[in-house]
Design a protein around this ligand. Structure first.
Ligand code: PEP
Length: 249
């Protein structure tokens, strides 16, 4: 099987009012002028999903949700479903981000159920895993992340397009990027687990790195073995920075 293009994913988190649509438009326009070798996706807050999808319509920029409920519809106040994300113009969804796991107590079993919902709603999931600082200091980072991966990925992913994002919690929003050695070690372990679990397909699933990716460090990270893209938080909010990272891929 062929190696997929890297994915550069911008996670806006709970940031972005209507004015932020101009940043997305600027990214789309710049990619028109200078096409990227990477695929590019923006994950705005749900309030902007539909408007952002319209703003970048006809461009190469993909749009996604930051989370989805395991069910397709129903009495779940405040939640949104995979089908709703698709209806708003989204093609992808982030599932299992550490901020969801921490803020909302999401378990791996719940994350796996959300992945199932994403697939049922025809969305390409980006499934996040990553250890805490305590786990890394205890020497448990690799075993923890591999276990998290095992429990967060349903068998129904076989044959479907999906992505894994490795995001060490201590590197998210802190400016403390993981060392390239840490990234290489973890991505190799994730690759081995994916290959064991999904066979030939598991050898090509993009494994994104996330955690304080910036224009200054993107090229080195993206060139590391088994790094198939980046999940970018803070630096995805400004078109100029996000484009610099896209162009480093
Ligand atoms: C993220 O939101 O997934 C992330 C990696 O954030 P930051 O780039 O700001 O560290």
């Amino acid at each position: 099987s062929t190696t997929p293009r890297p994915l550069i994913a911008g996670n806006w988190k709970m940031n972005g009012l209507a004015a932020a649509l101009d940043e997305a438009r600027a990214v789309a326009a710049a990619l028109e002028q200078r096409p990227a070798s990477a695929r590019v996706a923006i994950f705005p807050p749900s309030t902007l999903l539909h408007r952002l999808a319209e703003a970048v319509e006809g461009s190469t920029v993909l749009v996604g949700g930051q989370d989805c409920h395991p069910k397709a519809s129903g009495a779940h106040t405040g939640d949104i479903s995979a089908e709703m994300i698709g209806d708003a113009g989204g093609a992808m969804v982030i599932v299992g981000h550490s901020e969801r796991r921490t803020d909302h107590g999401e378990t791996c079993q719940q994350v796996a159920a959300k992945v199932e919902a994403a697939l049922a709603g025809d969305l390409e999931p980006v499934i996040c895993v990553g250890e805490s600082l305590e786990q890394r200091q205890a020497g448990e980072a690799v075993s923890f992340v591999v276990g998290q991966l095992r429990n967060s990925l349903p068998d129904s992913l076989q044959g479907k397009a999906f992505n894994v994002a490795y995001e060490p919690i201590w590197a998210i929003g802190t400016g403390h990027v993981a060392s390239v050695d840490n990234i290489i070690e973890m991505h190799a372990a994730i690759r081995a687990e994916l290959a064991t679990r999904f066979g030939e397909q598991g050898r090509t699933i993009p494994i994104l790195y996330g955690g304080s990716v910036k224009p200054e460090n993107a090229a080195e990270i993206l060139a590391a073995p088994e790094v198939g893209g980046a999940l970018v938080g803070g630096a995805s909010l400004k078109a100029k920075d996000f484009l610099a990272i896209i162009q480093a891929a």
